[in-house]
Design a protein around this ligand. Sequence first.
Ligand SMILES: *[C@@H]1O[C@H](CO)[C@@H](O)[C@H](O)[C@H]1NC(C)=O
Ligand SMILES: *[C@@H]1O[C@H](CO)[C@@H](O)[C@H](O)[C@H]1NC(C)=O
Ligand SMILES: *[C@@H]1O[C@H](CO)[C@@H](O)[C@H](O)[C@H]1NC(C)=O
Ligand SMILES: *[C@@H]1O[C@H](CO)[C@@H](O)[C@H](O)[C@H]1NC(C)=O
Ligand SMILES: *[C@@H]1O[C@H](CO)[C@@H](O)[C@H](O)[C@H]1NC(C)=O
Ligand SMILES: *[C@@H]1O[C@H](CO)[C@@H](O)[C@H](O)[C@H]1NC(C)=O
Ligand SMILES: CC(=O)N[C@H]1CO[C@H](CO)[C@@H](O)[C@@H]1O
Length: 386
Amino acid sequence: MRLQCTVAGVLLIGSSLWLQAFANPMVMSRTPEKVSKIAPKVFIVSMFEPETEIWWGIPEFDLLAHNITVPGLSPIYPDSEINAATTIMALTLSPLFDLRKTYFFIAGIAGVNPERATIGSVTFARFAVQVALQHEIDPRELPANYSTGYIPQGSYLPNQFPGNIYGTEVFEVNDDLRAIAVLFAQQAKLADSSAAQVYRAKYATPDGQKKIGALPPSVVKCDVATSDVYYSGNILSSGFDNITSVWTNGTGQYCSTAQEDNATLEALLRSSVRNLTDFSRIIVMRTASDFDRPHPGEEAVYHLLYANQGGFKPAVQNIYLAGVKVVEGILSGWNTTFAAGVTPSNYIGDMFGSLGGTPDFGPGRQLSLADAGVLRKRGLPKVRFA
Ligand SMILES: *[C@@H]1O[C@H](CO)[C@@H](O)[C@H](O)[C@H]1NC(C)=O
Ligand SMILES: *[C@@H]1O[C@H](CO)[C@@H](O)[C@H](O)[C@H]1NC(C)=O
Ligand SMILES: *[C@@H]1O[C@H](CO)[C@@H](O)[C@H](O)[C@H]1NC(C)=O
Ligand SMILES: *[C@@H]1O[C@H](CO)[C@@H](O)[C@H](O)[C@H]1NC(C)=O
Ligand SMILES: *[C@@H]1O[C@H](CO)[C@@H](O)[C@H](O)[C@H]1NC(C)=O
Ligand SMILES: *[C@@H]1O[C@H](CO)[C@@H](O)[C@H](O)[C@H]1NC(C)=O
Ligand SMILES: CC(=O)N[C@H]1CO[C@H](CO)[C@@H](O)[C@@H]1O
């Protein structure tokens, strides 16, 4: 599944949130209206109803204790990148909140690459890659030597580094925070289903290439691909796997596919540039509801549209089962660790270095900006990384 977006009705973690704003001397010393701002410790970002509702009625927290309407948020859960970006932008600019110390916990379901994880698994990303930000020609109009119809913008061949940079191609989040979140999530006993067990067993092949897809669900570190196009099948998945690797300079390995994360992260990046949010406080967790490609011997269309994969229900359950451990871990470690923040040892941000630091992917700040500056929507400027 790839998803739809809206913030989970702005459901806040517990009533102690209100206290946090008052406990902050910086807030106290400012104008009176700032004092009443809500300073959530954790913001859970859900992208459609099942992802939201799994948090309701749980024993750990009453997420319905405060129901706050935020102007600019979507009233329903419409999908994908445009809605995710506008919703999060509206949230970060809302005068209702002080989000400077808030942890943004993106917690949704996703498609999954059977070479890296399986249905029901809980994945945590370091990179979010906007894989479909490319030229596309229907393969039926291409010569046979093209491995895919996707060609990066400003380049001439599939699987090249793009010559035109938009700046939203790749986002990198705090790897040290990710490591802590993985430890928290590993305390959970994950849900599974018998239908998922039957389906994933079909991914076991003698060549062993997709053998991870056939193993039981677990907590995995691997990256997320963002695309409004809900792609499926071996060839597109392979092409986007390659692009993830090329665009992250060999560091990123995509396992999950969703429709929002580059958009959510762009909005959080822009607000972090203004110090309204802290880009080092983002966790991207995706639980796997379906495979992004068929098992050996299966037709791609049958796999996408008709097969009963059995992963949806455990994926939704695991958002809560693993996610609540992450939320509890942050709250119980608030005074000792999380109020001050977890300093990232890796670069965080975008290809432009918008938040400072030196990007460890992409051609570097100067070239990226130059490539972005010479952007022409149609027609190919010079190839930089042929
Ligand atoms: C929150 O409040 C809105 C507007 O009053 C209402 O439509 C919605 O159902 C409430 N949500 C929940 C989860 O109670
Ligand atoms: C396919 O072959 C043509 C002709 O040799 C060549 O120009 C083109 O670059 C090739 N395309 C790919 C993707 O290799
Ligand atoms: C991805 O890269 C592999 C290894 O270079 C290559 O065999 C495969 O054709 C590529 N996939 C696509 C769709 O370009
Ligand atoms: C954000 O905070 C940093 C570090 O304190 C500071 O250097 C920068 O000027 C601030 N930016 C804005 C837009 O306030
Ligand atoms: C954290 O500190 C606050 C304020 O000093 C205190 O009220 C709270 O009990 C502490 N929380 C934990 C988990 O120690
Ligand atoms: C990433 O790869 C590109 C293309 O090969 C290269 O120009 C760039 O220097 C690399 N960036 C880093 C940070 O290694
Ligand atoms: C906010 C943002 O940068 N969104 C981008 C995500 O991806 C789509 C294309 O798939 C772009 O059009 C958006 O600009």
